[in-house]
Design a protein around this ligand. Structure first.
Ligand code: NAP
Ligand code: ZN
Length: 353
């Protein structure tokens, strides 16, 4: 495509307004660009934070969506990795400087020049604002497009591109494996994939939840146990119980109750994007538990994660929705009423165009 192309999208226009349909222009293909007809897009809690301006920095209008699967329609002349007809995926990163030490280490998410986000980022060439996967097509630089393994269903593969890699990466960083005792706080999109992935890596997993109603699901997902975070007695009795905890809570919360569940030198990996944390007494650090975080994962590790999911048969539990149902889905996501990831059928959205 040597000229820009028309797309349709759903955009957030203000924090207190529903998302609405909008026309969108996708850039003409550069030499190393891939044009993708989007089939599915997962709904991440970050989309909701962005649409509702939870972080106070959303510039409207914005087209969310960074859990994308689709089919390659066309490629630029310098593209080597992908061809028309390929099953592909795009996650949270669509570009980075590819020159700094972190890009060299394949940690593009920590690019010193700033990674380009799939939505709300600034294109490194033309300065336009990037628009995400709540749209019928997207144009992305070759190196940031991933192949979807044949055995993975395209709808179920979509949430792996953010929720999957966000849980997979810290599990690998902290070398979770057979015999590891893992706690996962919050059974939502990231949390339920964290459970499945840690179980597939051989760990013994406990779900730590406010929602007693999720206990049966936790067992079905492979968790060995459930710990109710509202039950002070059980929390107290679980001191020193875990080697690693993944904290996915999407709102400001106290972390000290979770820190005391860790063994000495065990990490509490916070992935929720929640701005200010409550103050902590320094005494909690003297017990030598580690408070850390983790951001998605690089492109090479995302590829590794997709292959791992294909070979271990790990896919998210999804609820398919149509594009026009997104506002109701956001309300349910805000209430933790989703088991466990909404995926928008973008193919149907295109057909209805
Ligand atoms: P989600 O599907 O909404 O899941 C979050 C879970 O946290 C809920 O299911 C709920 O589980 C628990 N929770 C919700 N509200 C809570 C509250 N008020 N107090 C305690 N627990 C609560 O969200 P997600 O898509 O997994 O995303 C989680 C967070 O990670 C978001 O902040 C998102 O922006 C962020 N994120 C970070 C990265 C990264 O790279 N670091 C990537 C993607 C997303 P229970 O019902 O079991 O308690
Ligand atoms: Zn996300």
């Amino acid at each position: 495509m040597t000229t820009p192309s028309d797309a349709i999208a759903y955009a957030a226009v203000a924090a207190d307004q529903p998302l609405q349909q909008q026309a969108l222009t996708r850039r003409a293909l550069r030499d190393d660009d891939v044009l993708i007809d989007i089939e599915y897009c997962g709904v991440c809690h970050s989309d909701l934070h962005t649409a509702r301006n939870d972080w106070g920095r959303t510039v409207y209008p914005i087209v969310p969506g960074h859990e994308i699967t689709g089919i390659v329609r066309e490629v630029g002349p310098a593209v080597t990795r992908h061809a028309a007809g390929d099953r592909v995926a795009v996650g949270c990163i669509v570009d980075s400087c590819k020159a700094c030490k972190y890009c060299d280490e394949q940690l593009e998410q920590y690019c010193l020049d700033g990674m380009t986000g799939t939505y709300g980022g600034v294109d490194r060439h033309d300065g336009t604002v990037t628009a995400g996967g709540y749209a019928d097509r997207i144009v992305v630089r070759d190196e940031f497009v991933l192949r979807v393994p044949d055995s993975l269903d395209m709808a179920a593969a979509a949430p792996l591109l953010c929720a999957g890699i966000t849980s997979y990466s810290p599990l690998r960083t902290w070398k979770v494996g057979p015999g590891s005792r893992v706690g996962v706080v919050g059974l939502g999109g990231i949390g339920h994939l964290g459970v499945k992935l840690a179980v597939a890596m051989g760990a013994e997993v406990t779900v730590i939840t406010r929602s007693d109603s999720k206990a049966e699901d936790a067992a079905r997902l492979g968790a060995a146990d459930v710990l109710s975070s509202n039950d002070r007695e059980s929390m107290r009795a679980s001191r020193d119980r875990f080697d690693f905890i993944l904290d996915t809570v999407p709102v400001r919360h106290k972390i000290t109750p979770y820190l005391s569940l860790l063994r000495v030198d065990g990490p509490l990996v916070i992935v929720g994007m929640i701005e200010q944390m409550p103050e902590m007494h320094s005494g909690h650090f003297i017990n030598r538990r580690i408070v850390t975080g983790s951001g998605i994962g690089g492109i090479a590790q995302t590829r590794e994660m997709l292959d791992f999911c294909a070979s271990h048969d790990v896919t998210p539990d999804i609820e398919r929705i149509e594009m026009h149902e997104i506002n109701a889905a956001y309300d349910r996501l805000a209430r933790s009423d989703v088991r466990y990831r909404f995926v928008i059928d973008i193919g149907r959205f295109r057909e209805a165009r």
